[in-house]
Design a protein around this ligand. Structure first.
Ligand SMILES: NC(=O)C1=CN([C@@H]2O[C@H](COP(=O)(O)OP(=O)(O)OC[C@H]3O[C@@H](n4cnc5c(N)ncnc54)[C@H](O)[C@@H]3O)[C@@H](O)[C@H]2O)C=CC1
Ligand SMILES: O=C([O-])CC(=O)C(=O)O
Length: 320
């Protein structure tokens, strides 16, 4: 059987890392697309030349022509601009909305059967716009944020409890911004929910609160350190986890920015929710139950996302 085809739209920091990870994991043949001439070609060749030493097979092509993504099984979109220190993700809305229009049209024309994972910020509004521009079914267009935010939460928790990251689960829902919702009650160490661990005296509420705030600020922390751009290793790994779930029909339960219409009291919008990803794309949105405090945080985050979507409609009235 032919190898799956993975199209990476945007060959910058995340795009290049995605290509390298896809190669090492032998997920399929990779096409790297970018408007910058030479960058996708150079990165594709460089990664292909690492194959003999690493020991992977596959083809790697860099291109500036959308025709080369034809028939892609998966498209991962990182095209656009990252923030710099002092900026919020929302400041990228105007510039990246224009990018989503051209990317959506390219995918619609050349890879309409693909499972599309959007990474470009501000994430929840950009994945909504991308789905509108591409016109693909909503279950085939999803945003990556919750896997990354949950991975950060898990990392901080594993350090706090001095346990393996493998034994820590975490759920961060809501929009990928300052209002994101790390859910302590649904996050565990060895299956024990975080509030119980506070009661057991293994940590304090103050430490847990600080970790939750650090998770919310996780993107800004890296931007502040790098100064010239934003995180790319963990974001790329997170999107590859989602792509692998689709390509290998793994039925993973992952927090993603999915289209929700009915579950969690939401009507027809993209926001971070628990989903199941398998060969059918987003096969299910898990209708998680929240207590009053969690619901209030989630509602606030949903309102923030709605505000960004309205801003998109203000910029481009063709968006419904
Ligand atoms: N959802 C999430 O959790 C995360 C989102 N991001 C976002 O991902 C995006 C990409 O980040 P990086 O890879 O670090 O940025 P980067 O600047 O390294 O790469 C972006 C690439 O997009 C290309 N590009 C710009 N306009 C394009 C167009 N119209 N068509 C095709 N390519 C185009 C640029 O030439 C550049 O190579 C940013 O918007 C960033 O904020 C970053 C980290 C996490
Ligand atoms: O913070 C940023 O601008 C990039 C991002 O979304 C993240 O790393 O979570």
């Amino acid at each position: 059987m032919a190898r799956p085809k993975i199209a990476l739209i945007g060959a910058g920091q995340i795009g290049g890392t995605l290509a390298h990870l896809a190669a090492i994991k032998e997920l399929g043949d990779v096409v790297l697309f970018d408007i910058a001439e030479g960058i996708p070609q150079g990165k594709a060749l460089d990664i292909a030349e690492s194959g003999p030493a690493e020991g992977f097979d596959g083809s790697f092509k860099g291109t500036n022509d959308y025709a080369d993504i034809a028939g892609a099984d998966v498209c991962i979109v990182t095209a656009g601009v990252p923030r710099k220190p002092g900026m919020s993700r929302d400041d990228l809305l105007g510039i990246n909305l224009k990018v989503m229009k051209s990317v959506g049209e390219g995918i619609k024309a050349h890879a309409p059967d693909a499972f599309v994972i959007c990474i470009t910020n501000p994430l929840d509004a950009m994945v909504w716009a991308l789905q509108q521009y591409a016109g693909l079914p909503a279950n085939k267009v999803v945003g990556m944020a919750g896997v990354l935010d949950s991975a950060r939460f898990r990392h901080f928790l594993a350090t706090e409890f001095n346990v393996s990251m493998r034994d820590v689960t975490a759920f961060v829902l809501g929009g990928h911004g300052d209002t994101m919702v790390p859910l302590a009650r649904y996050s565990t160490v060895g299956g024990i929910p975080l509030p119980d661990l506070v009661e057991m005296g293994w940590t304090t509420q103050e430490s847990l609160d600080a970790i939750i705030q650090r998770t919310r600020d996780g993107g800004a922390e890296i931007v502040g350190l790098l100064k010239t751009g934003s995180a790319f290793y963990a974001p790329a790994t997170s999107a590859i986890e989602m792509a692998e779930a689709y390509l290998r029909d793994q039925k993973r339960l992952l927090p993603c920015a999915a289209y929700v219409d009915g579950a969690l009291g939401l009507e027809g919008m993209y926001v971070g929710v628990p989903t199941i990803i398998g060969a059918g794309g987003i096969e299910r949105v898990v209708d998680i139950k929240m207590n009053a405090d969690e619901q209030a945080m989630f509602d606030k985050s949903v309102d923030a996302v709605k505000g960004l979507v309205d801003a998109c409609k203000g910029i481009d009235p063709t968006l419904a």
